[in-house]
Design a protein around this ligand. Structure first.
Ligand code: KG4
Ligand code: ZN
Length: 356
């Protein structure tokens, strides 16, 4: 494909309705972001302490057209100026994915445009390529979000191989659940990192699951979460649900801060340790990190330290916060598929689960 291409990208995998228009610069071939619109649903889910799938898909239905419209207007283009429509069709919440995919297919039919389905997790890694504005492949990709914690071997933007991931909870999910136990509210990640600043990360001795198994690139945060619960409330026989709702008033402020810091330190050790093991196993020298938990300052600092201190050292890419959380700009990975002439048929389906 030659000449300038403009692609509308749509993202509705979880609880953000997002659209963007991206173009490739005809001179340099670099990707330009012509618009970037995100409608967050945080306020709708907060009182439930997590994303409610049915509420999310209904909210996507209400927002998708205004969001797409805003993205086209902001970019000063109409459907006839586009060369393709891209949509994250996997993985994610089924109902949410369907809304984005149906919107994309409809726009393709109306505008006689080709459809490009993209993998949301690969797009998270591609956010590093956008932020860096230079080559970041080949690299190891680390995704740490509310729903995912995975490592990828990323040979090129068109060639990703899963290396391993969580065998139970995702990192962000563990942050959210521990925050609930500590009475810190939702979303828990930002709250834990805030109070952890006043805490002692060594006060509580918590496990680093699977970290010493150097062969296995996997995470496990469920046992760590349970270890937090036992240290806070003992190993009594109360049902788990009750313990999660334990009133924070029973926990003094310093104890909350110390547990938040100790828990955060354990998660960070696991994420950094496994990322370094993945770099060693692949022989790659770049690490690209994506997902909401990448906003965590302690994680960022530990990754930076590892990048400088591990035997061989490695090049670290973590996008700015806005590109770490769900957005449609990272859907620019579709431009790589467009250039390679890789399009999807209009009977493309959603893929809610992970392809391992
Ligand atoms: O990628 P994301 O915006 O949404 C998806 O899960 O797709 O990630 C949200 C997750 C939540 O679990 C939230 O608690 C976590 O990212 N998070 C953080 C921080 N900011 C957001 N976790 C740790 N520290 C943070 N500063
Ligand atoms: Zn995401």
């Amino acid at each position: 494909m030659t000449g300038t291409a403009r692609i509308l990208t749509i993202e509705t995998t979880c609880d953000e309705t997002a659209a963007a228009v991206i173009a490739d610069d005809p001179q340099t071939g670099e990707i330009q972001v012509l618009s970037d619109v995100v409608a967050s649903q945080d306020a709708l889910h907060r009182r439930f302490g997590g994303v409610v799938p049915e509420i999310a898909s209904r909210a996507h239905v209400e927002r998708i057209l205004p969001v797409v419209d805003a993205a086209l207007r902001q970019a000063n283009v109409t459907l006839t100026d586009l060369q393709a429509v891209a949509v994250a069709n996997r993985p994610g919440l089924a109902g949410s994915l369907l809304v984005g995919l149906m919107a994309a297919k409809t726009l393709c039919l109306v505008g006689q445009l080709p459809l490009i389905g993209i993998d949301h997790l690969q797009a998270h890694i591609y956010a590093c390529r956008i932020a860096a504005a230079r080559e970041v492949f080949p690299c190891v990709g680390l995704i740490v979000s509310g729903g995912h914690s995975h490592l990828y071997r990323c040979q090129s933007p068109l060639d990703f191989t899963p290396l391993g991931g969580t065998i139970d909870d995702a990192a962000g999910e563990a942050f959210d659940k521990v925050a609930t136990m500590l009475g810190l509210g939702y979303p828990g990640g930002p709250a834990i990192s805030r109070v952890a600043q006043q805490g002692d990360p060594q006060r509580f001795s918590l496990p680093r699951p699977l970290l010493r198994d150097r062969e296995r690139l996997a995470f496990s945060f469920s046992g760590l979460k349970t270890a937090v619960r036992y240290q806070l409330f003992g190993t009594g026989r109360q049902p788990a649900a009750e313990l999660d709702q334990q009133p924070a008033a029973e926990l003094n402020q310093q104890l909350v801060a110390d547990m938040a810091a100790s828990f955060q330190a354990a998660v960070v050790d696991c994420l950094v340790g496994k990322a370094v093991q993945a770099l060693e196993q692949t022989g790659f020298q770049r690490l690209c990190v994506g997902g909401g938990v990448a906003a965590n300052q302690t994680l960022r600092a530990a990754l930076e330290a590892a990048a400088g201190h591990t035997t061989a050292g490695f090049e670290l890419h973590i996008p700015p916060l806005k590109l770490c959380t769900d957005n449609a700009v990272m859907g620019a990975i579709a431009m790589e598929r467009y250039r390679a002439g890789q399009f999807d048929r209009l009977d493309l389906d959603i893929g809610p689960g992970l392809v391992r």
